[in-house]
Design a protein around this ligand. Structure first.
Ligand SMILES: C[S@@+](CC[C@H](N)C(=O)[O-])C[C@H]1O[C@@H](n2cnc3c(N)ncnc32)[C@H](O)[C@@H]1O
Length: 405
């Protein structure tokens, strides 16, 4: 029987491997980890989802929303269940992780490579990977390209004289693109395309075993493509012992700033109130209490930087055993002024000498930065401490709190 999301006692939990992708400031796409089902929802509903990382009743999830929005939230829970990113029983949860890959059949598949065009056109990103591949891959190497996309990194590896390259890509349309491009480039003898999500791949499908893994599953929200989980899983199950990892290390930094004239969400709510001649004070309260998470390009010249960057966390891909973390950080105000936003960015070490970063001070790439913006400003004196907390609990999503009172 289908679960009743209009019953307050129905319990729900998010499938822990759900992939969240931020389309823009307004919308988030949720993707079931191993099939093609996706759902595009308003970013504000994300607040409900983040609460469903552990078992919650429908009533508990609705509690943080004004009553007039409860039906809307319940409707979304039903849609999330249909997309299989939400589960309602322990057995569904157990099945959610190793869910069977639902094969799509037929040749008439729609090929959606718009995002991959951005990545290919991002020569800073792509040439940095090419340099690292050329420096690290030697004749005879067996390479796993985890998340091959259009196959570009696999082709670099094949050209660097790898003996064999497994181009592993979960999407069927992209797997087809990689096959066609390998043919066009006469690389089919070297590049073997595997259409599967890495966590569902059996080690026995990789014979011989790879001694190098390359992967680029870094997102604007840094961890939302599950780079930590997928890298650890592949390292432990799929690669030869001691295999080289590219990237091998990831660091997240954060700094505080004053956004100046950047859009204040409360002003947008005021515009909505004016348009519909209704009161939406409750939504403004939600915006004040929780940071509004947005993907935006942070131009250091267009904002007032209020602290030096401080390291949130470093991940050594060779050593790490747990993706979850909580990091409590203190930022020191550089000068007197107001703070309303925090910018997080990553640096990935492709090898000892080659780094790639979406820091606002690095060469610009297709990545934006991850910004947590509060609807109220805190006035600080030079040298004053601002405490923040970052948390990651394996849900693809970094959680953030700051002491702005
Ligand atoms: C950011 S793109 C990079 C594509 C390509 N490597 C490049 O550099 O242009 C990541 C790709 O990895 C795929 N992907 C993500 N996680 C995966 C996984 N666990 N197993 C297989 N493919 C995955 C996505 O579908 C996407 O096409």
């Amino acid at each position: 029987m289908a679960p009743d999301f209009y019953n307050d006692e129905t319990r729900v939990q998010l499938n822990p491997l759900t992939i969240l992708r931020f389309e823009d400031q307004e919308f988030v796409t949720l993707q079931h980890p191993s099939n093609s089902k996706t759902l595009k929802i308003k970013a504000d509903i994300i607040l409900v989802l983040l609460d469903a990382l552990t078992w919650k009743t429908v009533a508990e999830l609705c509690k943080m929303w004004p009553e007039q929005l409860h039906d809307e939230v319940k409707k979304h829970l039903g849609m999330l269940y249909d997309t299989q990113v939400l589960v309602t029983t322990e057995s569904e949860l157990a099945e959610a992780k190793p869910a069977a890959l639902l094969p799509e059949t037929g040749d008439n598949i729609i090929i959606n490579i718009e995002n991959h065009f951005w990545m290919l056109k991002d020569v800073v990103r792509t040439e940095t990977y090419r340099r690292a591949i050329e420096r690290n891959i030697k004749a005879g190497d067996i390479v796993l390209d985890l998340g091959a996309g259009t196959g570009i990194l696999s082709f670099f590896a094949a050209k660097a004289k790898a003996e064999k390259v497994y181009a592993l890509e979960k999407r069927q349309d992209l797997a087809l693109v990689i096959r066609k491009l390998s043919e066009e480039n006469n690389l089919t003898e070297i590049v073997e395309v595997l259409q599967q999500s890495s966590h569902l791949l059996e080690a026995s499908q990789l014979d011989p075993r790879p001694n190098i893994m390359i992967s680029e599953i870094l997102g604007n929200a840094i961890l939302e493509e599950n780079i930590l989980e997928f890298t650890m899983d592949a390292r432990d199950r799929l690669l030869a012992p001691g295999a080289k990892l590219i990237p091998s290390k990831l660091k997240i930094d954060v700094f505080a700033f004053d956004s100046g004239n950047l859009a204040d969400k409360r002003l947008e709510v005021e515009a909505i109130e004016q348009q519909y001649q209704l009161h939406f004070e409750t939504l403004k309260t939600v915006l004040i209490n929780k940071p509004y998470m947005r993907m935006q390009t942070v131009n250091p010249l267009a904002i007032k930087i209020m602290s030096d960057p401080v390291e949130v966390k470093q991940f050594d891909f060779y050593q790490m055993t747990d993706a979850h973390f909580e990091s409590k950080i203190t930022l020191i105000a550089r000068q007197e002024g107001s703070i309303d936003s925090f910018c997080a960015y990553f640096t990935a070490w492709l090898d000892e000498e080659t780094t790639l970063s979406n820091s606002p001070w690095s060469a610009s790439t297709h990545w934006t930065q991850l910004v947590f913006q509060f609807a109220q400003k805190r006035w600080v004196k030079a040298g004053e401490e601002i405490r923040i907390v970052f948390q990651y609990n394996g849900s693809s999503q970094l959680w953030f709190e700051a002491d702005l009172n």
